[in-house]
Design a protein around this ligand. Sequence first.
Ligand code: NOJ
Length: 759
Amino acid sequence: MKPFGPLLLVLAVLASAASGQDAPPAPVPIELPKIDIDGSVDDLLAQLSLEDKAGQMTQLTIGALSRAAATAQDPDGHRIDEEKLRHALVEKRLGSIINMDGAAFSAKHWQTLITTIQEIATAETAHKIPVLYGIDHVHGANYIHEATLFPHATGLAATRNLELAEMAAAVCARETRAVGIPWTFAPVLDVGRQPLWSRFYSTFGEDVHLCSAFGEAMVRGLQGSGISAPDRVAACGKHFIGYSFPFSGRDRTQVLVPERYLREYFLPPFWDAIDNTGLKTIMVNSSEINGIPVHANHSILTKLLRGQIGFEGVVVSDWEDIKKLHDYHRVAPTMKEAVRLAVDAGIDLCMVPYDFSFTDLLVELVNEGAIREEVLDESVRRILRLKYELGLFEDPFPAADAVEIIGNVEAGELSLRAARESLVLLKNDGALPIGPETRILLTGPGCDLRSPLHGPWSYTWQGRDEEAYPRSIPTLLHAFQAAHGRENVRFVPGTTYDGIIDLERAANAAHAADVIVCVLAEEPGAEQAGNIDDLALPAAQARLVRAVSFGKPLVLVLLGNRPRIITESDSLANAVLWAGYPGPKGGQAVYEALRGIFNPSGKLPFTYPRAPHNLVAYDHKFSDTADRHFGFNGFNPLYEFGHGLSYTTFESGNLVVPVTELTLADTLEFSIDVANTGAREGSETVEVFVRDLYASITPPVKRLRDFRKITLAPGESRTLTFRIPVSDLSFHNQQNMPVVEPGEFELQVGGQSAKFTVL
Ligand code: NOJ
């Protein structure tokens, strides 16, 4: 057990009980499995041959079993190749299949496909073992054409609304399971501390506590209180571990990190999700840490994950990563040695995903005595147990009428709410809200495309194919015109993502408008396709901002993956709204935020850098003023983690800490008053930071230890009470163990601070 683990759970329960926000829907009552799962797994395992076991440990992409892929124009153009499928299931005893082929399918097509697969698996194979189908549904069921999509993870984290995130995940689970898919490769539990990284958008930001809290909320939403329920799925925490911290920022490249740092900043979201939510599966980091590819790292996958953390679920490799031990990482001179290394390290299921090389080599390795068959037994036991827990042995088929709930109105409203709450108002000199009769010029590359609202993993893997998006989803331009009147909204693109179209036309149109809304955007790129060499905003977009900046109110809207450097553009703008990838309701939400139809409440889940090399997180080490110690650390961001404005004002005061001398077994309790001192209703997130004044490892200036979002009417005030177990204030010491050292601490909350001592 992780030291202090259960205390985290207690705190989460207390926090959610006290939050007063909408509760997620009650889980559908679950019938407990009538079968003894362990007994059934043992009986079945005893009947399996070596070839059966190797097959169960194999996962192929559906693309390898198809004869035609779906296209954006024809989402149901996908055709399964029944001969290949039968060969895979019957001859090769394939245990698992993943993803879609080409572009998202319709729900009906999915149902037919899953039914075909499960019919062959359960009727024609020797042991009638159902297939474990998994899919990348990472911000809603993004590979089902009619499904509900939500903001990507950075946006959800900006909402600071855990209940909302849990509800969004529950919708994803319900819509995924409705087509017969019981497993999704989500959530991403990587911590976003490298803004250059191509998958930054898929993290809950730079803070460990935030990532843990949102990761747990997502797993709760996906798995509910039991994964055999017809509206839940097994979740997959990924990518264990350290994947988000490549030295160069490029995807799947070298991570250089001390073990202490790995444990302090990257391990907790995984450990917490396993301990507190019963996370069922884990996907492995594709890259190498300190020279050892994680897929070949026994110390990480077995000693740490199984031994220390006690994870009992399934560990799946990432795409082709066992092969990559041979032909990319080059730690295995042959593919066979790569298989040996990975299975020995602790991989249960190999996402091969195109052929049976892994399967055949695994059989050979066991026959040659290079791998013990008992090692396979352990992995297959976990895979079969998951299939039993999902209820697949009882019924692996989708219910025909289940598709009716997909993309329903209620889920769409939740997506709109998530989009609204995800928006972060970074700057406002009074230009916002925009009045109802104003003439708006929309300019910039993000105005009339659906892809930069959605980001990657949207109908296609990269999310770039505009044709793949349902026409019913409004672009930002459509949403503005629908709500503000076509006659009052003019659109001149000005630039593409990185090329100039016509700056002069944009500037001329700006002269004729009352307000200029410049929608800066980053083209989606899921993994390697999202690699960049420069965090600066593309020059063309910076030039567009200059061209339309001449004294008229100028509003920047930022769509995209990560904080591109906008320091100059920001200085020219009157207001700036960060929107990330807000999803299908993003156009409407952005319009309503700028008009003040609702009051923005999002808070940055990352630190917005001022310069490309000034990549310092908010919880940096001690940083003094420039005239003393030369301003070590130079923390001078454009906007700090937690920043986010409102159309009302809040004031906090009366921080009361009744007991200021505490032991490790105690709980720090305090209260603070928060008042809405402005003229309209608004939501505020109170973030609780603690600073360890002196420690044996250089302490950060502060760490987020709790947060709570509340809504207050004008003039209303509320006293919030927090309880934080002292054990939650730990850090990893020189022995890489979490400790709380005696000494003085400083509590920082709502602009107030108070000291307390741990004895
Ligand atoms: C590669 C990605 O790294 C991972 O996140 C995803 O789940 C798998 N491929 C499956 O598509």
